[in-house]
Design a protein around this ligand. Structure first.
Ligand SMILES: Cc1cc2nc3c(=O)[nH]c(=O)nc-3n(C[C@H](O)[C@H](O)[C@H](O)COP(=O)(O)OP(=O)(O)OC[C@H]3O[C@@H](n4cnc5c(N)ncnc54)[C@H](O)[C@@H]3O)c2cc1C
Length: 417
């Protein structure tokens, strides 16, 4: 590829303590947590509503926040967001969890569907109340670096190109886009083909009316339908790797045409697709190569730098402590990430990237950002005890109780992966 050189003067549009790039659930948690620590916060989002994959990406389902025995594991801001997600919209909580943690053990897991649109609106209100400045339709195009220090971000929007200076930059783009451009080491992930929309059917509407439950009206039209283990991935298509303009377009357009092919076979008057995902539904696109990386074999292990305990959404009993080092990289004093782009490997990445842990790592990143600024400490050297103490005050469980472990954890095959 040939290159051109392009020089331009860009207006300096503002200065903030913390700038969060990306308004998915991790970025929202980071912005809210930093604002509650009294930082001035700017949240930049390229779409026109909040929530990322968990709302406009149409992945509106909380995977379990409990251990499969009735113990609520992922708390703090994740608990706050869970409650917010159905304060004004539907939920599908199992009866055992309708009133919070049940008194008696249960195998029913704490998980729920929610309304994407209504959740996004309540998140906006929460951010506004905390004093976060939000700019929609604001595409972050580049970090401005002074060596390995990030001075601020270049943003493209309707007013043209603008510069915002920041004390700490949180990369919550989900794909580590800012970190990559800042020179932070990153690792690409692979994805099977999945594309899911949201619609209604006549039959669903009848069920919803009969049960007086609007959730029953929905159906989820799909393009390709691979699950996270690769089941159903089309044989003739290679795995999607990393995130580039070209390969994301290939992924989206192949999936959209596949969805149309399926739709053509159905009765046109009996269904409607009212929303297509406004972003590629990529599970693991790119992540920081952090100071620590959460791996499957870290299951059941205590970690002194833990920022919180998470559970395995697909397996009862499995617990992990997330090291602070999954969010930062030594040498980059004021850059931090969270959510899908936190440092995980194999199954460790899968348990770390889903919605409840994304909120947890976002919350930790926001508090860490504010603490690093007020103590003039590079983010990777932040004393983790002060971060743990602030997280604990909001209800986050930092270390699991050994009494919650299964009888024979050593027999778990994940320990050897
Ligand atoms: C197919 C699939 C199924 C899944 N199923 C579940 C499930 O059932 N339950 C569950 O809990 N989790 C599930 N997940 C995972 C979960 O949805 C995400 O991992 C989680 O929501 C990630 O949140 P995030 O904030 O890290 O990233 P994202 O939600 O990706 O948010 C990133 C945000 O940054 C914005 N952004 C990106 N680049 C820029 C830029 N340059 N400038 C400005 N803004 C930018 C995006 O628009 C977006 O709003 C699934 C994921 C996929 C792909």
């Amino acid at each position: 590829m040939t290159h051109i050189t392009w020089n331009e003067q860009i207006p300096h549009a503002g200065t903030y303590d913390v700038i969060v790039a990306g308004g998915g659930l991790a970025g929202i948690a980071a912005a809210l947590a930093a604002a509650r620590e009294h930082a001035s916060v700017l949240l930049l989002e390229k779409q026109c509503w909040l929530g990322g994959l968990a709302t406009n990406g149409l992945i509106n389902f909380w995977v379990p926040l409990c251990n499969g025995r009735g113990k609520w594991i992922i708390r703090g801001m994740a608990e706050e967001f869970l409650n917010l997600s159905f304060r004004y919209g539907f939920d599908t909580l199992p009866p055992d969890w309708k009133n919070g943690e049940p008194a008696a053990p249960t195998n029913a897991r704490l998980c729920s569907w929610y309304s994407s649109g209504i959740f996004a609106l309540t998140l906006l209100e929460a951010l506004k109340e905390a004093g976060v400045r939000i700019l929609y339709d604001a595409q972050v195009s580049a970090p401005v670096m002074d060596g390995t220090h990030c001075k601020g971000l270049i943003v493209d929007g309707k007013s043209g190109r603008q510069y915002y200076a920041g004390g700490v930059i949180v990369d919550a783009t989900g794909d580590a886009d800012i970190l990559l451009k800042a020179g932070v080491p990153t690792v690409d992930g692979c994805n099977y083909y999945t594309y899911i929309g949201e619609g209604i059917t006549l039959d669903g509407c009848r069920r919803a009316w009969e049960k007086q439950d609007i959730f029953q009206a929905y159906y989820r039209p799909a393009g390709y339908e691979a699950n996270l283990y690769g089941y159903n991935h089309p044989e003739h298509i290679a795995l999607h790797k990393g995130a580039t303009l070209e390969n994301i377009n290939e992924y989206l357009q192949k999936n959209q045409l596949e969805m149309l092919r399926k739709i053509k076979q159905e009765d046109r008057r009996a269904h409607n697709i009212h929303m297509l995902p406004s972003m590629a539904q990529l599970r693991t696109a790119r992540r920081i190569d952090g100071d620590s990386t959460l791996k499957g074999r870290d299951v059941y292990h205590h970690c002194s730098t833990s920022i919180g305990v998470i559970c395995d959404f697909d397996h009862q009993d499995r617990l992990f402590e997330v090291p602070y080092g999954t969010l930062v990289r030594t040498g980059f004093d004021n850059l931090i990430t969270c959510g899908r782009s936190a440092s995980g490997e194999g199954w460790g990445w899968d348990v770390l990237r889903v919605i409840p842990p994304a909120v947890l790592t976002g919350q930790a990143a926001g508090i860490a950002a504010a603490q690093a600024l007020s103590s003039h400490t590079p983010l990777p050297s932040l004393p983790v005890e002060i971060l743990q103490s602030a997280l604990k005050k909001t209800g986050v469980i930092i270390h699991f109780d050994d009494a919650w472990l299964p009888a024979h954890p050593e027999e778990d095959p994940l320990l050897h992966k």
